[in-house]
Design a protein around this ligand. Structure first.
Ligand SMILES: [Zn+2]
Length: 319
């Protein structure tokens, strides 16, 4: 059976790329998101994958760029649908939010066909996403520094919670944040349509980070193998799971020095960071409120009072 996504159309054993139209730019040119359809020679499940839903998060594009040339439709059972760049307008400017409506794309799902720019892009991608059996929404911690992890956003009472947790474990970054997400996230909206969805968060960087991209590539192939798109087997490793997420801000203005490394275990009361003046004089010290793992930090050292400094994931276990 031929599978179509936008102008990309592939019969069994074929691969095609094209554009998924989502409106026009300010000069009236048509906007088409780059899409690919990989239609396996044999029947099987459908995987939907997308990247750059936040326009400055490029690692997911790096993953797709490395995965697609390695896929041979003759060896695949099932279909892979890919939107390579979701947040078209933000990507052009290398910024996080869609500049047309100043919206974060991953708060706009499931979208609205006659809504704002972001809502229309959300609707145009939600339709093929929820036609699939599994969804990977490739993100990263924006341009902050962050560990590689996978987010389960449906919430622990959701009927697909176990399926989403399994998908996160199979992807296998080593860390999972299992916490109900805010309204409008694809990884929260799509499970309501019955599709297990996770949001791999591949590090955080300006531009591309090779080690996070490699983990993402491995994760995609783990998923393709575990769910039967590719022959073979993968053994899932136990994942370190966090169910809480505490954010820390600066008590005063100055320069931040971290006293823990990303990925370090922290105990309640452990020093996380110091703030100093430009002359090295101590201004403030901030300690962890609870046990956890240093998960994400700001990239630039300078902070104003109250400005975001870091996040500690809490309520840690293994599964
Ligand atoms: Zn993101």
């Amino acid at each position: 059976m031929t599978t179509t996504l936008g102008t990309a159309s592939a019969g069994p054993g074929e691969i095609d790329t094209g554009r998924l139209e989502v409106g026009e730019t300010r000069d009236g040119s048509s906007v088409g998101l780059p899409v690919a359809v990989i239609n396996g020679e044999r029947a099987g499940k459908t995987l939907y994958m997308q990247a750059a839903s936040d326009g400055d998060e490029l690692n997911g594009i790096g993953v797709i760029q490395r995965v697609v040339p390695r896929l041979d439709p003759a060896e695949i059972a099932g279909t892979i649908l890919i939107v390579g760049i979701v947040n078209y307008h933000a990507f052009q400017l290398a910024q996080h939010r869609n500049p047309i409506d100043d919206t974060k794309m991953n708060r706009a799902y499931p979208g609205n066909e006659s809504g704002t720019s972001s809502e229309r892009i959300a609707a145009a991608t939600f339709a093929p996403a929820t036609s699939a059996d599994l969804i990977l929404d490739l993100h990263q911690g924006s341009t902050s520094r962050m560990i590689d992890e996978v987010r389960v956003r449906c919430g622990k009472r959701h009927r697909l919670h176990d399926e989403c947790l399994e998908l996160a474990k199979v992807f296998g970054c080593g860390y999972v944040l299992d916490q109900k997400g805010p309204d409008g996230q694809l990884a929260r909206a799509a499970p309501n349509e019955g599709v297990p969805t996770v949001d791999p968060e591949l590090g955080g960087c300006v531009g591309w980070d090779d080690s996070s991209i490699r983990k993402g590539v491995e994760g995609v192939f783990n998923v393709l193998t575990h769910y039967g798109f590719l022959d073979g087997s993968v053994s899932s490793e136990p994942q370190t799971r966090a169910r809480g997420f505490d954010q820390y801000g600066a008590p005063g203005g100055g320069l931040v020095t971290f006293r823990k490394e990303l990925g370090d275990r922290v105990g309640s009361g452990d020093l996380l960071f110091e703030v100093t003046t430009p002359f090295g004089e101590p201004k403030a010290e901030v300690a962890a409120d609870s046990d956890g793992i240093l998960w994400r930090t700001r990239r630039l050292p300078q902070v104003a009072t109250g400005e975001y400094v870091c996040s500690v994931a809490t309520d840690i276990d293994e599964y």
